[in-house]
Write a protein that binds this ligand. Structure first.
Ligand SMILES: [Zn+2]
Length: 182
């Protein structure tokens, strides 16, 4: 179990022994591999530890060489990936995934249905100046809630572009906050 905090001594080796595309390599202590979380940085083994570390998003992974498996240890979702020789495959069941989809669907559909139903049952008077309002409001509700639902979904799945940009955003925020902390 790695409990490394702070970045002192966590200098990963550069991507020197990365092999050509198509060449399979096994997950081993000396290698470095594309980070399965951000798909941007390289993960490599921490000195004297059974753990890997990403040079870009700075996640730490427990590693099992027997199972060719890494598991992120400093994330709310304890996701694991199996190394297939040239890429990662998500390992194990994803029990929350179904719940996330159901929540996202309810969030996107229910408020819109209620507002839309109200607009349908109590239609504005024909030719009324604000006749467009109920339908426009319904669409606004749909857009806002669909955006929320999409955000919940990507926050759960952490697709590579999203994870990498979140790291960039966090660093940018840290940079602009730095002078005030002085
Ligand atoms: Zn990473």
């Amino acid at each position: 179990m790695a409990s490394a905090s702070g970045s002192q001594g966590l200098t990963p080796t550069p991507a020197s022994n990365r092999q050509d595309e198509g060449h399979h390599q096994i997950l081993s202590a000396g290698g470095d591999y594309l980070c399965p979380v951000c798909r941007h940085g390289q993960i490599s083994q921490l000195t004297l530890m059974e753990a890997f570390y990403c040079s870009f998003c700075r996640h730490i992974f427990d590693v099992s060489y027997d199972e060719q498996l890494v598991q992120v240890v400093d994330s709310p979702q304890p996701s694991a990936w199996r190394w297939l020789g040239d890429r990662w495959q998500v390992s194990g069941p994803q029990p929350e995934a179904m719940a996330i989809w159901i929540i996202a669907l309810i969030l996107a559909i229910v408020p819109f249905s209620l507002v839309g139903l109200a607009a349908y049952m109590f239609p504005p008077l024909p030719g009324s100046r604000w006749g467009w309002l109920p339908m426009g409001w319904s669409l606004g509700v749909l857009v806002i809630h669909a955006t929320l639902a999409a955000w919940i979904t990507v926050e759960y799945y952490q697709p590579p572009f999203y994870a990498a940009n979140k790291v960039r955003l966090r660093r940018w925020l840290a940079r602009i906050q730095l002078p005030q902390q002085g």
